[in-house]
Write a protein that binds this ligand. Structure first.
Ligand code: NAD
Length: 439
């Protein structure tokens, strides 16, 4: 099949590269000239494990091409995927659909032959209807079907998620579109990936409902963590104890500093707005957002508490800046409100991240960056683990203690064991694990 992928970001590039890996002819289109120039030179502009190899192999085989020119790619394609950004709209939290609608208008003008236009971006319910209206208005004679195919990949594990998905949701009732999309995803069907066909609006809602549910699960365990600290319980054991129940499941029960990232915050905000527009307030999701926002802000106070009060004049070493490990993505990372809060409280902040420093500099220009975690903690009054990069788990604790001016560690991801930290003489604070001896 011939595929055009409009938008070559985290989702578009991974999807395009994986479709090419399935054997399809893929052209990835982006407005960002620098991004396309880099990709054409063989440089992948984002950090995503395994992506360089998939891009290189398929580009070399001639199945994966990059361009800033949408027209040729769309005219040739059996399916055109829209994978542009849908960030929060400034001011009201609705999804900003301007990129999707602009892409739809550009696609409409150059359609040729039967084409399925597929929205892969996460979009509010009814966006497919509007994309269809725009395209039919601009090009009434086009032989086109508009379908929805939301994407569930996780950054950091995107290639595996794309190739071994739990499910593929396809929102269309048109038989020709089902055939085209069924053929595109056929290599996965042979792996027994469940292909689920639904109406278009249902597919659009599935994506938001999935993200809101996962954000709720994280927020639930975060509140249980706060209670665990107060009552002398261990939230990790509570999570395991409830997660082993198949009805609950163990995933997304890791207490931490609050969820961030490119999807959960904006998608929960958008779902709340969509629901209000339909007069069906989603109180649970509203509470999740409010609890999460407060939590992220509270983390700077937690650090201040661990250092014995005020932070003015103190130096805090922050390990990990990206919103999770194995990505360079800083969008709505919990490190941003934490670092800002530390600066507001008068601290000096030094930070390390294995791959995110370049992106972090744009968000957090007023801190010092270090290329090495030990240099980062040298002379600091506390070390704070914000992102659980695997290399932080194996840091030499004795060396850390020797480098720090004060032996204070605030572990917002629970990567260390309290007993071990105590044995090394650290003042150690983590999430949902009381520092008092347990009864
Ligand atoms: N990042 C994730 O983990 C993830 C997971 C599932 C779903 N999604 C959804 O997928 C969509 C894309 O997310 P992303 O993280 O890949 O975004 P991104 O910002 O990384 O990439 C979007 C790209 O689209 C390009 N673009 C915008 N308008 C264009 C146009 N008219 N023509 C060509 N290119 C255009 C931009 O230049 C940018 O490179 C969003 O709706 C997001 O919610 C993201």
């Amino acid at each position: 099949m011939r595929v055009a992928m409009i938008g070559t970001g985290y989702v578009g590039l991974v999807s395009g590269a994986c479709f090419a890996d399935f054997g399809h002819e893929v052209v990835c289109v982006d407005k960002d000239k620098e991004k396309i120039a880099a990709l054409t030179r063989g440089e992948v502009p984002i950090y995503e494990p395994g992506l360089n190899e998939v891009v290189a192999i398929n580009a070399r085989a001639g199945r994966l091409k990059f361009t800033t020119e949408l027209s040729g790619a769309v005219a040739e394609a059996d399916a055109v995927f829209i994978a542009v950004g849908t960030p929060s709209r400034r001011g009201d939290g609705h999804a900003d659909l301007s990129y999707v609608y602009n892409a739809a208008r550009e696609i409409a003008a150059v359609l040729a032959g039967f084409t399925v236009v597929v929205t892969k971006s996460t979009v509010p319910i009814g966006t497919g209807d509007e994309v269809e209206r725009l395209i039919r208005e601009a090009n009434p004679s086009a032989d086109v079907v508009i379908a929805s195919n939301p994407e569930f990949l996780r950054e950091g594990a995107a290639i595996r998620d794309f190739k071994f998905p739990d499910r593929i949701v396809i929102g269309t009732s048109d038989e020709r579109a089902k055939k085209v999309l069924g053929d595109i995803y056929r290599p996965l069907s042979l792996n027994q990936a469940p292909l689920m066909f639904t109406a278009r609006r249902t597919a659009e809602l599935i994506k938001y409902a999935a993200n809101a549910f996962l954000a709720t699960k994280i927020t639930f365990i975060n509140e249980i963590a706060d209670l665990s600290e107060k009552v002398g319980a261990d939230v990790q054991e509570v999570a395991r104890g409830i997660g082993l129940d198949n009805r609950i499941g163990s995933k997304f029960l890791h207490a931490g500093p609050g969820f961030g990232g490119s999807c959960f915050p904006k998608d929960t905000r958008a779902l709340v707005k969509i629901a209000l527009d339909h007069d069906v307030p989603l109180r649970i999701v509203e509470a999740v957002l409010a609890v999460n926002d407060n939590r992220k802000r509270a983390m700077a106070r937690k650090v201040a508490g661990a250092t014995g009060g005020g932070l003015r004049g103190k130096t805090i070493a922050v390990l990990g800046l990206t919103f999770k490990p194995d990505t360079d993505d800083m969008r709505e990372a919990p490190s941003i409100p934490l670092v800002t809060g530390l600066l507001d409280l008068g601290a000096k902040v030094r930070a390390h991240d294995p791959v995110g420093i370049e992106q972090a500099r744009r968000e957090l220009p007023d801190i010092e960056y270090c290329d090495d975690p030990y240099a980062c903690v040298r002379g600091a009054d506390a070390m704070v683990v914000v992102t659980e990069w695997v290399q932080y788990r194996t840091l030499d604790l004795a060396r850390l203690k020797a480098e720090l001016a004060q032996p204070v560690v605030v572990d917002l991801r629970n990567i260390y064991r309290p007993e071990e930290m105590a044995a090394h003489g650290f003042i150690y604070e983590s999430i949902g694990r009381s520092s008092e001896p347990r009864k």
